[in-house]
Design a binder for this molecule. Structure first.
Ligand code: CP3
Length: 343
């Protein structure tokens, strides 16, 4: 058997001389080969549901850069679609969905058991990747966390302050809680199926966790993550879970212990020194270079990359960006980041 993969070692709590590295949105529009395959698929959703082509774009950044992990190519909004929401993408603007404003809309949603009919192609993509990835590369599956997914299902689009979701939470807590529970159950089944197809690690993206304050954070970011992690660990005890409660701020502290996740991904609004003393003290952390460096490059990129590597060098760390790479990034800056981390 091959020596245990570097990402799995870090997730098990090992401090490595050189941190393993991968990048959020590493398969994306900044890569010409991604744009070519997406054009071949027709549009973004057709690419997500085409196992051969989705596996191809997942592999592209592995071939080009030799990242330590590949993240399944899919989207967090496929779960709402599998639950019955209409979903489409407007070029240059982003996702659009049918909205949920009350009991009638909620009643039209499907049950978690129904999601696999839509999501089967995703499990096929995972199977292809489990077969075709280099043996040293870890395969990461993922889903959106319930709050973040709910914000899109309620508003029907991305929103700067998640106001429609906050309004439903405050005006109709019964339906809002039912929606969170429905997404939570679907996410457990979806991630379990990804693991059964060959995902070695799973990650929960809670991109909008930062807009949940105080008890709302505990109820709608921390608790669903705890419930999902507990259910996954019961079914698949050895599969590590990474949580990304983006912009959680002080709520990052103790998050791993309270939820049972194996790693907390940090965004770049917190300093690596703060992350090392307050979060890495409990176990593995992932992060947290600002994505803008992938656009601007140069000495600034090198300095911040080395500072992050140094700050997290005394504990388990997976090097990553603080959020996804953007379409205007220069592929050469990605290589510079990797060379700097591995230097
Ligand atoms: O990270 C990866 O490379 C794996 C694939 C992945 C995508 N989206 C592909 C994608 C993952 C893990 C996601 C997660 C995702 N999707 C999140 C959580 C992480 C985050 O970024 O905060 C969210 C909020 C979404 C929803 C979503 N999907 C939005 C808001 C958009 C439009 C924004 C944009 O950049 O245009 C997408 C589209 C999307 N998802 C693209 C990719 C590569 C770009 C689509 C294209 O090719 O046109």
């Amino acid at each position: 058997m091959a020596e245990k993969k570097k990402i799995l070692r870090a997730l098990a709590g090992e401090t490595l001389d050189t941190p393993p590295i991968w990048m959020m949105r590493q398969a994306g529009r900044y890569l010409p080969e991604y744009r070519a395959t997406r054009a071949k698929a027709g549009d973004f959703l057709s690419l997500c549901y085409n196992p051969e082509l989705a596996a191809e774009v997942t592999l592209q950044p592995i071939r080009r850069y030799g990242f330590d992990a590949a993240i399944l190519f899919a989207d967090i909004l496929l779960v709402p679609q599998a639950l019955g929401a209409d979903l489409w993408f407007v070029t240059g603007e982003g996702p659009r969905l049918s909205t949920i404003s009350g009991a009638e809309d909620f009643a039209r949603l499907k049950t978690p058991g129904d999601i696999h009919a839509t999501l089967n192609p995703i499990y096929e993509t995972v199977k292809i990747l489990a077969r075709d990835l280099p043996e040293e590369t870890t395969l990461i599956g993922f889903a959106g966390a319930p709050w973040t997914v709910a914000t899109y299902m309620i508003a029907g689009r991305g929103t700067p302050d998640q106001a429609p979701a906050h309004a439903l939470k405050d005006s109709n807590p019964e339906i809002f809680d039912a929606l969170i529970n429905r997404i939570t159950e679907a996410t457990i089944d979806y991630l379990s199926a990804q693991i059964e197809a060959g995902a070695e690690v799973v990650k929960l993206f809670d991109s909008w966790a930062g807009s949940l304050k105080d008890s709302d954070f505990l109820k709608y970011a921390l608790e669903p993550t705890r419930v999902i992690t507990e259910a996954l660990k019961a079914r698949h005890p050895h599969v590590p879970v990474i949580a990304f409660p983006r912009e959680a701020g002080d709520h990052y502290i103790g998050f791993a212990k309270a939820t049972g996740v194996d790693c907390v991904a940090l965004d770049n609004s917190v300093s690596p020194e703060w992350g090392a003393s307050n979060v890495q003290s409990d176990g593995c952390v992932q992060g947290n270079l600002a994505s803008r460096h992938m656009v601007t490059g140069g000495q600034d990129l090198i300095d911040d990359t080395l500072a992050i590597r140094e700050a997290f060098s005394k504990g388990p760390h997976i090097f990553n960006l603080g959020h996804g790479i953007t379409p205007d990034a220069d592929p050469e800056n990605v290589q510079l980041m990797i060379d700097t981390v591995r230097s």
